[in-house]
Write a protein that binds this ligand. Sequence first.
Ligand code: APR
Ligand code: PHB
Length: 380
Amino acid sequence: MRTQVGIIGAGPAGLVLARLLQREGIDAVILERRSRPYVEGRVRAGVLEHGTADLLEDLGVGARMRREGMVHRGIELRFAGAGHRIDLEGLTGRTITVYGQQEVVKDLIAARLADGLPLHFEAEVTGVDGTTVTYKHDGVEQRLECDVVAGCDGSHGVTAGALPAGAVRRHERVYPYAWLGILARAPAANEELVYAYHERGFALHSMRTPEIVRLYLQVPPGTDLAEWPDERIWDELRRRLGLPLVAGPVLERGVTPMRSVVVEPMRHDRLFLAGDAAHIVPPTGAKGLNLAVADVRVLAEALTAYFRDGDEKLMDAYSDTCLRRVWQVQRFSNWMTSMLHRHPGDDPFDHGLQVAELAYVTGSTAAATTLAENYVGLPR
Ligand code: APR
Ligand code: PHB
C-alpha cells in the first residue's frame, strides 16, 4: 500500500489532520492500533477552546457539537469557602464548548468512513523506518509506503521512540499527585465548571451533559481505587467543592497520573510528531486535545505547501512553530496545576501564598484576563 501521508493513530490529532488534508486533496491512510468501539468509548477530557470548536465546524464535523455541546461563558474558582467567577466571555469575547473528546472522535470517524476514506482499526504499527511504516493487521505484517509520516500515536505510541536518540531531547516533569476521576449519571451541581482549591486537595466539577457529570479529586499517585468506594468519593467531592452534589450511578472511574512532557524537536526527516506523541500537559487547564489540534493545523499547512508547490519552508519551520505554543501551554497548565493543588510538604506559608494568588487572580481584572485568554485559547 502507498499513500502521501501515513497517519499513525486515530485520536484527535490523527483524525483532525486527515480531515484537514482531505480538504486540500492530499491522500492519507490512518492506522489505529485499537478497535473502533475502544477508541469511541475512551473517556477523556471535554473542553474545546473557542478556536477548536470553530475549526470542527469549518471542517464539516461540528453539527452535533453545536447541537449537544454546551457553550460556557465562564468558569468558577473556589477557595477559602467561596466561589469566584471568571467571566471568560466578558474578559476575552470568547467562550468554551463543553463536549467530550470521545464525541469529537466519534464525529470525525463517522465523517471519514462516510467519505469512504482509509481508516484501519486494529492495525498496530510496529516500526517506522524512514517513510516505510510496518504494521500488523489480522495477525499479518503489512507495509505502508508514504511520502511523509505523521506520528499521532499518543503518549504510549511508537513514533517518539523512532526518532534517533541523539537527535531529540525529552523534557519531563512528574507531579506528586494524581487525579481520581469519575463519570456519573447525576445532575450538574453548577452551570459552569468549578475548580476548587481546598486544604484537603484539589477538586473539579465538570460535565458532559446537564445529566452526566465528570468529577475529579486530587489523590496521591498510585492510589488504589479499591480504597475509594463511591460513598467516599461523593463525600470528599462535596467537602472540597462545597457544592450540594446529588450522587448517582458511577459509569466510569480511573486514576490518572499527572505529568508534563515535551519532545524537542517534533520532527526528524520525514517523520512529524503531533499531539500527545510529542507532548503531555497536566489536565488542569484542559489543554491536551486543543494543543493536539493546534499542532495538526500547522502540520496540514506545511504539508499542503509541500505537496502543492514542493515548498519545504513550512515543514522546516514545523517544530519551532509548534513548540512556541507548546511551551506557552505547558506554562499555563503548570501554573494552573500549581495554583490549585495541595503540594505534599507545603507549610502554612506556602498555603498563604497560594490563597493570595487565587485571591489576586479572581480579584484583579488584569490577572483574571491572563487566566481567561489562556483558557479560551491563545490566538494562533
Ligand atoms: N499503532 C497504531 N496506533 C497507535 C499506536 C500504534 N503503535 N500507538 C498508539 N496508537 C493510537 C492509540 O490507540 C490512540 O488511539 O494512537 C492514538 C493516539 O490518540 P490520543 O492518545 O487520543 O492522542 P492525540 O490524538 O494526540 O490526542 C491528544 O488525547 O490523551 C488525550 O489528553 C490528551 O486530549 C489529549 C488528546
Ligand atoms: C473534563 O471535563 O474532563 C475536564 C474539564 C476541565 C479540565 C480537565 C478535564 O481542566
